[in-house]
Design a protein around this ligand. Structure first.
Ligand SMILES: [Zn+2]
Length: 87
């Protein structure tokens, strides 16, 4: 499932190529923002206790960009991500 023409791919390589993504509980970059979406499939991230949303995922170090586990697994080779677990 790492196809170049996957519907989820919309030029994210402009800002996500080769970045380091850290697996961690969801927390928004801006405290006034209560959710984010996966950069690829638009799965919704929210703080815990919200049904039908994701509560942890891979994020850039500034927390501006979030990627769900499925998309991380599908695109990590294509994007050359270095994924790590939160310490
Ligand atoms: Zn996703």
């Amino acid at each position: 499932m790492r196809e170049q023409n996957d519907w989820r791919l919309t030029n994210q390589e402009r800002y996500l190529k080769g970045v380091t993504l850290v697996w961690q509980p969801y927390s928004p970059a801006n405290p006034r923002n209560d959710h984010d979406h996966c950069e690829f499939c638009w799965a919704k991230f929210m703080a815990p206790n919200q049904a039908d949303t994701l509560h942890e995922g891979y994020a850039t170090q500034d927390h501006e960009r979030w990627v769900c586990k499925q998309c991380f697994d599908d695109f990590r080779d294509l994007f050359g991500w270095k994924g790590t677990s939160a310490a």
